[in-house]
Design a binder for this molecule. Structure first.
Ligand code: ZZB
Length: 260
């Protein structure tokens, strides 16, 4: 599986993360990025937040002399063989941090109308897929939209500030069947109310993937008016060129869907 790794630079650590991070000498003066694996780089215009799994243990890994990636150790090990580590084939872990502490951190979201977004908790993040970090596009990802609905309804239960989940979905792609906000529309049609509605969410994801890819048209950005199929590789190239993304390959045999 080939993913696009999106680099979300940390602007401000959450209060709980700050303690852990500031204690680590090796991180002083370094740029830290949460790295999210996506199959849909053309949707980066619509990022409203980033998701981590609260129970997942993340590492902070040196990519070169100046930059550090926050992701699962599993992903860092794969990256070490893809020229995405300080030393080829070697993982250099500078620190460890649990997902729950990362929640509330503010990061930069490349291409998004919202330049800075918050890290929020998602129950269905798989530690065994991608980087264990997911960038959230509630306009076009039913999982992201449903999760945000949970967070908006119960911020205290999810231990977040309501404001962190308050950025509204951005219309970025038009589809003939689901309009300009495919994920919210399909969630309403299928009466999906929560990230826990796994069966309906899996169906919704398949439908929105197909509709977006084969019939979607960009309605924002440099490729406004172009079919998604044509815009996708161009937007990916732009992200790579500008240093906001990298190609990340996941070895066969460990790829699982979010529903398991
Ligand atoms: C942004 C995005 C925008 C995504 C969208 C989807 C959609 P798949 O098909 O099952 O392989 N993802 C990445 N890593 C993880 C993880 N560790 N745990 C849970 N989810 C993860 O799914 C690939 C997609 O699942 C990725 O692409 C990412 O979300 C998420 F508009 O990135 B995507 C209709 C889907 N739309």
């Amino acid at each position: 599986q080939e993913y696009t790794g999106i680099k979300l630079e940390v602007v401000a650590w959450s209060a709980q993360a700050r303690d852990t991070i500031e204690r680590v000498e090796a991180l002083r003066g370094k740029r830290v990025f949460l790295v999210a694996a996506t199959l849909r780089p053309e949707t980066m215009y619509g990022q409203t937040n980033c998701f981590v799994g609260t129970e997942i243990n993340y590492g902070l890994f040196a990519v070169n002399e100046t930059d550090v990636f926050l992701c699962t150790e599993r992903a860092a090990r794969n990256m070490a063989y893809q020229k995405l580590s300080l030393e080829n084939g070697v993982v250099t872990k500078l620190a460890e941090i649990k997902g729950t502490l990362v929640v509330g951190t503010k990061v930069k979201a490349p291409l998004s109308k919202y330049e800075e977004v918050y890290v929020l908790p998602m129950e269905n993040v798989l530690a065994t897929k991608g980087t264990g970090v997911v960038t959230s596009v509630p306009s076009d990802s039913p999982d992201d939209y449903a999760t945000l609905q949970d967070l908006i309804k119960k911020p205290a239960y999810y231990k977040i500030e309501a404001e962190w989940a308050s950025l509204v979905p951005i219309p970025i792609i038009n589809t003939p069947t689901y309009g300009d906000l495919a994920a919210p529309t399909i969630c309403k049609l299928k009466k999906i109310n929560s990230q826990k509605d796994r069966t309906q969410l899996t169906e919704a994801k398949e439908l929105v993937y197909k509709e977006g890819f084969y019939s979607g048209t960009m309605i924002v950005g440099d490729h406004k008016g172009l079919p998604v199929q044509e815009a996708k590789p161009r937007i990916k190239e732009q992200l790579l060129r500008e240093g906001h993304a990298f190609v990340y390959n996941e070895p066969e045999g460990v790829v699982m869907s979010r529903s398991g």
